[in-house]
Design a protein around this ligand. Structure first.
Ligand code: PLP
Length: 428
């Protein structure tokens, strides 16, 4: 049995089968856009460690910052103040949309979502939440209550958080009202307005929470007009608007946040994944007016805002800025989009290619237009065999997420695209 098989066996023995690992690869080393497995095989990693490694694996600048912090101290536990934590907070606020200028650090995306929900309830004094179908917000009970990307995530956990309502998501490729973008009559938005008339009155709604680019549920950007109407509706009724930017944030859309792309600012935003290049850190960010009403002791954490993670976060932001990765990744995204759209024109199994920046979804369909899960699995297996790691998403896992690190080179992008094109062309 080789080392990789041995490690996988230990996982099977020690971890509950509830834990899902995408690929049977045990990694030995990660270096920017590459990972090396224990069996010596080298892969181009276009999963970015589940949309986390926006500047790739083990960026030297991040590693150095972490090393320096490790020599000083690694924990504060809310007992002492810390310069590095203070700097990380200031730095994060410097890149979040204007007006979102206070925060609370925690560890994971789900924890940030929990914090955002609690904050919204606390300051509004209202019980209700509205989320959008197909959304994914995490695995904790509050986060899973607003998650509807798959019933598998909710199965056997009921009863979930009460006063949560799910409005139709504007997932345009599979428009729930059967419209084409040209004939869109904003039926999804009407659904939300009807919900406020028929199911929960606006004055009982604390917040609407939405992923500006649907992530796990299908890599589908929300149309600008929908988000603008949602912003206006929330303003009209004093409902707080939460953007869950756990996946779409920190440069993934070639903007610091998808909110910047849309030019629409939420009241509260969640940030995690790419924030610290793989070190656990997340944040609830909100306006000062909202945050100042969250009273002492109303929320807390032992590990949130870990100093080592904060050092990694500071370095990550510096790298994105100094290496001009927002600008560079825009060029990569254009290049990828053009080739993927051409591939879609040539191959009817690809129904749609969409995205913002390097957050691109490739949706596969059968001859009848149904989700084509088997095709995606075949293509992903093919790519893996050729040394390219990709992952899927969507309720039927019928969408490929194309999410390379922002500092991928053009040559690496071309190599990955060539493998993917070859896979689609030979298999489908
Ligand atoms: N919110 C969004 C939009 C996500 O994509 C995810 C994870 O994929 C989460 C929340 C949960 O994050 P975590 O897995 O770090 O708890």
């Amino acid at each position: 049995m080789d080392e990789q098989d041995r490690i996988i066996k230990i996982y099977e023995n020690c971890f509950t089968p509830a834990l899902h690992i995408y690929w049977p690869i045990a990694i030995k080393r990660g270096d920017r856009v590459y990972v090396e497995a224990t069996n010596g095989k080298r892969y181009l990693d276009f999963s970015s460690g589940l949309a986390v490694l926006n500047i790739g694996h083990s960026h030297p600048r991040v590693m150095e910052a972490v090393r320096l912090q490790l020599e000083k101290y690694v924990h504060t536990g809310g007992v002492y103040y810390s310069e590095i934590v203070a700097s990380a907070a200031e730095r994060l606020i410097s890149v979040t949309p204007p007006g979102l200028d206070m925060l609370f650090f925690s560890n994971s995306g789900a924890e940030a979502v929990e914090g955002a929900l609690k904050l919204a309830r606390f300051v509004s004094g209202r019980p209700g939440f509205i989320s959008f179908t197909g959304g994914f917000h995490g695995r904790t009970l509050g986060a899973v209550s607003i998650t509807t990307s798959s019933s598998k995530y909710r199965n056997r956990y009921h009863p979930l958080l009460p006063a949560v309502y799910h409005s139709l998501s504007p997932y345009c490729f599979r428009c729930p009202s059967g419209r084409k973008p040209e004939t869109c009559g904003s039926e999804c938005f009407d659904n939300l307005k009807d919900m406020l008339k028929q199911q929960i009155s606006p004055e009982e709604v604390a917040a609407c929470i939405i992923e500006p680019v649907l992530g796990e549920g299908g890599y589908s950007p929300v149309p600008h007009s929908f988000l603008q109407k949602l912003r206006n509706l929330c303003d009209k009724h004093g409902i707080l608007l939460i953007f869950d930017e756990v996946q779409s944030g920190m440069g993934r859309t070639s903007n610091w946040f998808a909110a910047d792309h849309y030019g629409i600012t939420p009241d509260i935003m969640t940030v995690a994944k790419g924030i610290a290049s793989g070190f656990p850190l997340s944040a609830v960010v909100a306006t000062r007016k909202i945050m100042e009403r969250w009273l002492p002791g109303a929320h807390g954490t032992t590990f949130g805002g870990n100093p080592v993670s904060c050092a990694a976060s500071l370095a990550t932001i510096a790298v994105i800025e100094e290496e001009k990765l927002l600008e560079k990744s825009r060029l990569l995204a254009d290049r990828a989009m053009e080739r993927l759209k051409r591939l879609a024109r040539l191959n009817p199994s690809i129904g749609d290619v969409r995205g913002i920046g390097l957050m691109i979804g490739i949706e596969f369909i059968t001859k009848t237009g149904a989700p084509y899960r088997e095709a995606v699995q075949k293509v992903l297996d093919y790519c893996l065999g050729k040394g390219l790691i990709l992952i899927n998403c969507g309720s039927e896992r019928h969408i490929i997420r194309f999410i390379p690190p922002l500092n991928t080179t053009e040559a690496e992008l071309d190599t990955a695209l060539a493998i993917l094109e070859e896979g689609v062309t030979t298999l489908l």
